[in-house]
Design a protein around this ligand. Structure first.
Ligand SMILES: N[C@@H](CCC(=O)N[C@@H](CS)C(=O)NCC(=O)O)C(=O)O
Length: 208
């Protein structure tokens, strides 16, 4: 097995590395340099026609992409500790939170990134991607609104989906850290989210 990877601050490959660290799994990593467009090369598009990382290459030559799908595959191979839940209720609740984190927090952040961040101006020009700064700014407001909502939702619990650390925490941490890299801090009054971030960042896996 091999994981096509990129260093910090790329959030999606980091999710798989954190997941692997939590499970104690070691898989060889091969760096794909995003800045030079290596992920859009003919060679890499054979591994993932969407030209995105992470990609997990299985021993039979299958290529698996999509972060959550890669982690689900690894969870099936290495069930302990469970990061997607064990009981039907846990599995449903954790899946709900993974989707909420990705769709409500991750999606607006990526629109801010693509449409407003100085770094992506050059990248989008290179890739022929149109940018809409007003749309990006609207998404910044939506992002702040959703972070405030999440702060209220986690009242009374230590982790995003309940009392245990799960894949939902990994998804949320990588998004919040990427936002910080973009100089978008957590809103000042989101004390619960700040405490949660400190809690999950203190885990050894967070440095993966
Ligand atoms: N839905 C994908 C998103 C992967 C993704 O957007 N990866 C970024 C790096 S963190 C990437 O490859 N971006 C380049 C692009 O989208 O062209 C997943 O969950 O793995």
């Amino acid at each position: 097995m091999k994981l096509y990877d990129e260093k910090m601050p790329a959030p999606n490959p980091r999710r798989v590395r954190i997941f692997m660290a939590e499970k104690g799994i070691a898989i060889p990593l091969e760096r794909v340099a995003l800045a030079s467009g290596e992920h859009k090369s003919e060679r890499f598009l054979k591994r993932n026609p969407l030209g995105q990382i992470p990609v997990l290459e299985l021993d039979d030559g299958t290529y698996l992409s999509e972060t959550i799908s890669i982690c689900r595959y690894l969870e099936a191979l290495h069930p302990r500790p469970p990061l997607f839940g064990s009981t039907p209720k846990e599995i449903g609740v954790i899946d709900m939170w993974i989707r909420r984190v990705e769709l409500q927090i991750g999606a607006p952040l990526s629109q801010v990134w693509i449409n407003t961040h100085p770094y992506t101006e050059r990248y989008c020009a290179m890739m022929g991607i149109a940018r809409y700064p007003d749309f990006g700014e609207d998404n910044r407001k939506r992002l702040m609104d959703r972070l405030a909502w999440l702060d209220g939702e986690i009242a009374g619990r230590d982790f995003i989906a309940g009392d245990a650390f799960t894949m939902a925490d990994i998804a949320a941490l990588t998004i919040v850290d990427f936002a910080a890299f973009m100089t978008i801090p957590l809103p000042e009054d989101c004390a619960r989210l700040k405490a949660w971030r400190e809690r999950v960042s203190a885990r050894p896996s967070a440095s993966a």
